[in-house]
Design a protein around this ligand. Sequence first.
Ligand SMILES: Nc1ncnc2c1ncn2[C@@H]1O[C@H](COP(=O)(O)OP(=O)(O)O)[C@@H](O)[C@H]1O
Ligand SMILES: O=C(O)C1=C[C@@H](OP(=O)(O)O)[C@@H](O)[C@H](O)C1
Ligand SMILES: [Mg+2]
Length: 169
Amino acid sequence: MIKMKNIYLIGFMGSGKSSVGKSLCILLDCDYVDTDTVVEEKNNKTIVDIFASEGENAFRIYESKVLREVPFENCVVSTGGGIIENEKNVEQMKNTGIIVYLETSFSKIDERLKMDLSRPLWNQNKQKKKELFEKRIDLYRSCANVTVKTDDKSYHDVAAEVVSYIVGE
Ligand SMILES: Nc1ncnc2c1ncn2[C@@H]1O[C@H](COP(=O)(O)OP(=O)(O)O)[C@@H](O)[C@H]1O
Ligand SMILES: O=C(O)C1=C[C@@H](OP(=O)(O)O)[C@@H](O)[C@H](O)C1
Ligand SMILES: [Mg+2]
């Protein structure tokens, strides 16, 4: 079996990392990790509960640990939107794979996450969300090997576009 480098999906909350990741791992017939799901399973708590009872810093420690434990090849990895705030995480992803940025506008994210209560950092006032979005954009852009715009595409189409980049590498 030919092994491939890991593919790390990065981007803001609601950009489609988890949905695209599941579709992508079927197309590529490889393993799949969603760092948020692993954090929840390991702690037997939802992310909302972790933020509420232990705080964001504790969540960031769990998240970085999960990333370090991902196998170094053959995985599609859907990360959480804040994973790039830690330089060591970025270094780890750069060293072990290709970083794919799912670029989505704030207005489209707002539309997708309208009813969402599962993301503590989305569940705050609009000004704060916008500031977080603006602050992170440069980080996503600077560490990405590949950028795919998602606004007017289904997540299946986004996954297919990622495959076309990977095959062309
Ligand atoms: N390309 C897309 N088009 C329409 N809806 C999408 C798309 N990508 C994701 N969504 C929807 O947006 C929400 C968040 O998607 P998700 O994959 O959980 O994003 P992330 O993991 O980046 O936070 C879900 O309801 C999902 O169905
Ligand atoms: O942007 C963030 O800081 C976060 C994004 C979430 O994942 P998604 O990007 O999959 O929503 C999750 O990791 C947590 O709520 C924090
Ligand atoms: Mg996700």
